[in-house]
Design a protein. Sequence first.
Length: 285
Amino acid sequence: MIRTSLTLGLVLTSLARPAFADNEMTPLAAPEARPYPYEILGLQPGDPLRDVLAVYAERSDAAPTSESEVLRVQSPDGNVFEFTYQQFTRIGDVGVNGRLAGADQDQVTATLSSNVMEQRPMAIHRSMRQPSDELPEPLELKAQIEGLYGPPSRTEIDGRTMTLTYAWSTEGFIEDLDALGELIHEETRTEMGRERTIRTTYELCGNSRHYRNDVSYRFAYPRDDEIKTGCLATFTVTYRGEPGSTLIGFSLVDYALGRQHMAELDRQIVKALTGEEVEASDMDL
């Protein structure tokens, strides 16, 4: 898979194989304590990877599963930056066939940063499927969550499904998402030599096409959009009751950490490709 930034001509190649000579990265200082109280199994984004693995070891005898890529960025001048990026670590995965069959599961996934943030998680997810009589009813779960964290920013209940959303903007907790109303995004484009301004509406901490809605890393330079503009983090609880079984999900995503990770990794890659003198190799010719 190849992605190209036409502006600088930088080419990113993604390879599913081990790296033999990763470029070194300079890690940032540990992030500040997160301002929100939400946790999943006692974990928050920004926690050290060893804390995540310790929780995994307590809950499962099986080794965690993961997925890594080798990312290689090459400049038009031939400079190369290559590194291995472990995208996530997970326990409790029942696989595609298990999910299709509705097998019982208790899966925990941590979406990881690269070495510039010492592989600290930027998002933590938990998915549970159990017989319905072994899990709480939706209003019982709602009461438990509200007892821990207070009323959510939004509650949606429709038939057998329920979603509780706790949203934090960069200015603090959003008490009522519905009361905020829509925001306006303006973008100026040049088409056939003429400029025009496009205005679109979006919801703070919602899903919008003009920004990225996840914290996974993909190289591009310069960046045309950032991650979840104005949103610091969301904690989402989902409930879906099905005949005989119930599916409950918890998702804690820290978009501020995602933006910090993306900006620093971009900076180190571009600096390595454009700002250093290259030493000659000593290959046997």
